[in-house]
Write a protein that binds this ligand. Structure first.
Ligand SMILES: Cc1ncc(COP(=O)(O)O)c(C=O)c1O
Length: 446
């Protein structure tokens, strides 16, 4: 009876829903899980099976599904104001959220501009940077620099600064491609190089590009500390301090895309804090609403904001989205920020991260594991799969095997990663580690 329900939902979904980031034909063999409800770190299907959401539902969920505190805030907000346009009007949730975020940068980035998805925040930062230079009489600064392996979203502007061929190449003719410079990915260390050496080498490559073209470059866009979508490529914080210095020296903006790595993922609230720098723009999304509602935003330094402040309408930043600053989403974000403070989340995450690393320690020396790495609550390793066909199907095979072990895990290529919500108990951490190892042993053997 229950099984029929699950199968029914799957059939109806495949007939009517076009799923994201999916070759739909793969669902001829890969299961599609119909979620009936969520609770804490767990997603439950219609058959009574459950799955530990070990990747936080695409890195958005911070404090579990159906979190009582976020739910209460949203229920309260629903009876006050679901939405009002943000041009000519304002409201408490968007004001309080902007104030609290600015305070978390010591008021260095004093204004927040709102959108819904991460890619829209990236578009906004790119447009703002270009428009700022235009308003400042430097209209030639029209180009952007991104890193090898960068990922900034799927809209046309965001894809132009994305360097993941699988997502970008089909749309190549539509894109005004950015300059791609070396990634500081610590896995590229040669001989006795340290991660910091790799970072300095990458910064030198960026400097070369800036020497050639700074007069045409509006901004450099980076994913601080972890380039997630390319396969959890991690780098030393010194890269960020070097890039900050180069951007200052050559007169270009630094855009920090903290959509995936912000909100505590890397151990500090903003990843940039670990390099003791502030960029000119910070893009936030995903975790900021606790994984509840689409919310993204761009924080800017005051001099950027001032560059648009004028009596001339055309010098203003006229970008808009209908749901800009949605009160429900902002209220979810405020409840999320409150949990950070009330539960001392960043400190407790350090213990959770350590326990997870300890529980998985035997994988670090496994003969089929390369580059076991961790930054904050992100833990990743690469599977050594020599056969190209097996490598191509590794992620799907791992996903399917993980489901049998009550885990939601979706490797990127042959990179297995864990990015769980910040609420796992010790037992859940130990169970996650043991089952991840079991799935890995099973998939690597076949
Ligand atoms: C670093 C980064 N930037 C931008 C995005 C795009 O965000 P969204 O999927 O909400 O458009 C993502 C999504 O994974 C991301 O990881």
């Amino acid at each position: 009876m229950e099984s029929n329900q699950q199968a029914d939902w799957m059939t109806r979904s495949l007939k009517s829903v076009w799923h994201p980031c999916t070759q739909m034909q793969h669902h001829e063999t890969v299961p599609l899980i119909a979620v009936s409800h969520g609770c804490g770190a767990w997603l439950h299907d219609h058959d009574g099976r459950r799955y530990l959401d070990a990747i936080s539902s695409w890195w958005v969920n911070l404090f579990g599904h159906a979190n009582p505190r976020i739910n209460a805030a949203l229920k309260d907000q629903l009876d006050r104001l679901e939405h009002a346009m943000l041009a000519g009007f304002t409201h408490e949730p968007v004001i309080a959220l902007s104030e609290q975020l600015a305070a978390r940068t010591g008021h260095t980035l004093g204004h927040c501009f709102y959108a819904s998805d991460g890619a829209s925040a990236v578009e906004i930062a790119l447009k703002m940077s270009f428009h700022f230079w235009r308003n400042s009489g430097q209209a030639d600064k029209q180009e952007f620099i991104c890193l090898s392996g960068s990922y900034h979203g799927e809209t046309i502007g965001a894809l132009a600064v994305t360097d993941v061929a699988l997502f970008r190449d089909a749309y190549g003719p539509l894109l005004q491609r950015a300059h791609v410079v070396a990634s500081p990915d610590a896995r590229q260390a040669q001989d006795s190089e340290s991660a910091a050496d790799v970072a300095r080498r990458a910064a030198a490559a960026l400097e070369k590009k800036l020497q050639e073209r700074a007069g045409r470059i509006a901004a450099v866009i980076v994913e601080p500390l972890v380039q997630c979508a390319t396969g959890m490529a991690m780098h030393d914080p010194v890269y960020l301090s070097e890039v900050r210095a180069l951007c200052d020296r050559y007169g270009v903006h630094l855009i920090a895309d903290e959509i995936a790595v912000g909100c505590g993922r890397t151990g500090t609230f903003f990843a940039c804090e670990q390099a003791k720098i502030w960029p000119d723009f910070i893009c936030l999304s995903k975790g900021i609403s606790g994984g509840y509602l689409p919310l993204s935003l761009v924080m800017t330094r005051d001099e950027i904001y001032q560059g648009f402040y004028d009596s001339d309408m055309k010098r203003g930043f006229l970008h808009s989205h209908s749901y800009t600053g949605n009160p429900l989403a902002c209220r979810a974000a405020l409840a999320t920020l409150a949990i950070f403070d009330e539960d001392d989340v960043l400190n407790r995450n350090r213990q959770r991260a350590q326990r997870l690393a300890d529980a998985l320690a035997s994988l670090a020396s496994h003969p089929k594991v390369r580059h076991f790495r961790q930054r904050g609550t992100i833990l990743a390793f690469d599977a050594a799969v020599d056969d190209p066909e097996k490598a191509a199907s590794f992620s799907r095979r791992f996903f399917t095997a993980a489901l049998q072990q009550e885990l939601l895990l979706r490797p990127i290529g042959t990179t297995v990663y864990l990015m769980p919500p910040y609420i796992l108990s010790d037992e859940e951490i130990d169970g996650l580690a043991a089952r991840t190892q079991a799935v890995f042993e099973q998939v690597i053997r076949h």
